[in-house]
Design a protein around this ligand. Structure first.
Ligand code: CA
Length: 621
């Protein structure tokens, strides 16, 4: 951020400057946030946070056509002011002069820019069912610029030998993989947080933000980030930003000089959240448990925002809009969604909707059962009337079902019945098509490991993930069967992507250098992802499934034009079965082709399927 000082130079001031080289002004401004704004936004109100020594003791004035200075609010700490502006529809882009009059004769004058909003910004789209989201951790994906691995002023230095340290990955490394990702067949990239995390340790994951308006210099600059997004969009890739509203890094500059004590949730001593998101929907939950959930800290190094403070909530809302507008985002993923509280998250979403009615937001509501997750989906039929207005959620219950389905023997509720039963609860979702489905992410066991390094289970899981209703999300490295247990430490499920570093022994860009099962997984994923890309019936078709029998699960994705039959055989033996009981989906169809095995079925009366495998059969009339 650049704060420019405009001194009203006059001979007289020059004279005083010479006479009083220091202390001409009793006040100073070191921060204004947001650092700039736009004309033509749907919401005309803007609240500036101004930080500087004794700035709260000044009188503020502003004269700019179309902009009204509505209110200047002092808070506990005299080093802060909050300035409420109304930017009318007739305001033109330009530089406003904010005048801070203190006890000295000469005021402090600070320029503040109103940029022209990019044409079409409000109509931006987002991701939808035709997309597949690829989650990657910027520090661990690829090091495109070794020169930024260590940066002046940044506390933690790169150490690739430390699983919990910074490894040097950056934005340039991501850009250098766009062609790989396009070829793989994913359409949307979700980057774990990229904002500054100037923490002494564990700073690589990005969830302890120390500057909400600055990309971490070890990843690149704000301009690099906006540039990455433009380049991605030019290639037909969308970018989703990971945002964090529950907490921020304790090395944030606020922590030395809070605007007010209630900026964060304060406790007599460090008090951890109980992480029980379910308390917010539990009719019997105690107030103390709910308080601990919402106001307990996520970790010692992560101060907990008090979103009930209206200056905090405005700050966070404007911060999101600033990044969408500045960088040109396609979507947002919200970390720890319930932890920031129902009313704040709803208000945040309403403001996003007001500026960008077609924009995509997916919330992390990490709860294990479908009713708990469904409560947070917009337009849910909740008994208490709560409507989050949030369109997309992650399907955590189905994630657990995928893991268990292929590791268990098949029974009434076990094995492949897990998938059937999880989907049967979709009546609870306001719209199950909007759920984001996944098998692993940056907080979970690598799916290949969770499936006991069995490539057959992996293929079944991925065939399911990429044909089931919803929007699939895969985790970087899943496509090459990367391994790691979460309980070994998070560093082990976030290992460096092969080939992202100079001198790596293997690389996704040189398939011969990969291990056989990695190559096999990659070829399978690439084929399946590219097949899905143009398969409208998989994007938007209806689902009909059948009670699993003998460890075989059969479902259809179908619309008026076409139908795909998916068969999953979760047995160590092959199966052959007759298809009478699927008549309501098979009537009118005569033949089919299994896209996974390139197998042609010249009849559909009996179907054979090898042990521990899936078939995805495109039906022909
Ligand atoms: Ca680097």
């Amino acid at each position: 951020m650049k704060v420019k000082w405009f001194f009203r130079l006059s001979l007289l001031l020059g004279f005083f400057s010479i006479q009083h080289p220091t202390g001409i002004f009793a006040q100073e401004v070191s921060r204004i946030e947001p650092p700039f704004w736009w004309t033509g936004m749907a919401e005309s109100e803007l609240q500036l946070l101004v930080y500087g020594k004794d700035i709260g003791k000044t009188r503020v004035s502003l004269s700019y056509p179309g902009v009204e200075l509505k209110e200047v609010v002092m808070v506990e700490n005299p080093n802060y002011l909050f300035i409420n502006l109304n930017i009318g529809s007739q305001a033109s882009p330009g530089i406003m002069q904010l005048v801070f009059q203190g006890s000295r004769k000469r005021p402090l004058v600070i320029s503040y820019e109103l940029k022209a909003r990019t044409e079409g910004s409000a109509q931006r789209g987002g991701f939808d069912n035709a997309d597949v989201i690829y989650l990657l951790m910027p520090d661990r994906f690829a090091n495109g610029n070794p020169a930024n691995d260590n940066m002046p002023g940044m506390l933690e230095k790169a150490n690739r030998g430390n699983p919990d340290g910074r490894h040097g990955g950056d934005l340039a490394g991501i850009v250098s993989h766009f062609d790989y990702l396009k070829k793989l067949g994913v359409t949307t990239l979700w980057l774990n947080p990229v904002l500054e995390n100037n923490m002494p340790a564990y700073s690589y994951h990005g969830y302890a933000i120390t500057d909400f308006y600055k990309v971490d210099p070890r990843f690149g600059t704000n301009e690099d980030y906006a540039d990455l997004i433009r380049k991605a969009q030019d290639k037909g890739l969308k970018i989703v930003k990971d945002v964090v509203f529950n907490h921020f890094g304790t090395n944030h500059w606020w922590m030395n000089d809070l605007p007010s004590a209630d900026w964060i949730n304060q406790w007599p001593e460090f008090t951890r959240s109980n992480y029980r998101g379910g308390t917010l929907t539990d009719p019997y939950a105690s107030e103390s448990d709910k308080k601990l959930m919402l106001r307990g800290w996520f970790d010692r190094t992560m101060a907990d925002f008090n979103q009930d403070n209206p200056f905090v909530s405005n700050y966070l809302i404007q911060n999101s809009i600033w990044w969408v507008e500045y960088a040109g985002l396609d979507g947002i993923r919200v970390d720890t969604y319930p932890y920031s509280g129902k009313s704040f998250m709803r208000r945040w979403k309403q403001r996003i909707n007001k500026e960008y009615p077609n924009f995509s937001v997916v919330g992390e509501v990490w709860l294990n059962t479908t009713p708990q997750v469904a409560y947070w989906m917009g337009n849910a039929a909740n008994a208490d009337g709560f409507n989050s207005e949030l369109k997309h959620l992650f399907d955590f219950p189905l994630k657990y079902a995928i893991r268990d389905a292929f590791n268990e023997s098949n029974g009434w509720s076990s094995g492949v019945s897990r998938l059937y039963e999880s989907l049967s609860l979709d009546f609870l979702y306001a719209n199950p098509m909007n759920i984001v489905v996944f098998a692993d992410n940056h907080d979970a066991d690598r799916i290949f490991t969770a499936l006991r390094d069995d490539i057959r289970k992996f293929r079944m899981a991925m065939a399911f993930l990429l044909t089931v209703r919803g929007i699939p999300q895969i985790y970087y490295g899943t496509e090459i069967a990367m391994t790691g247990w979460e309980h070994s430490g998070h560093g082990f499920i976030r290992e460096d992507f092969p080939g992202g570093w100079d001198g790596d022994e293997s690389s996704v860009k040189d398939r011969k250098s990969l291990k056989e099962n990695q190559r096999e997984a990659l070829e399978f994923m690439q084929m399946l992802l590219n097949w899905r890309k143009n398969k409208k019936v998989i994007h938007n078709g209806k689902t009909t499934h059948y009670v699993p029998e003998n460890g075989v699960y059969v479902y259809f994705r179908h619309d008026d034009n076409e139908s795909v039959m998916v068969v999953i055989n979760n047995n160590e033996e092959s199966r052959t079965f007759t298809t009478e009981r699927f008549a309501e989906n098979l009537t009118g169809y005569q033949t089919g082709t299994d896209v996974l095995h390139r197998t042609y079925f010249d009849q559909l009366r009996t179907i054979s399927i090898p042990a521990m495998s899936a078939r995805i059969i495109e039906l022909k009339r």
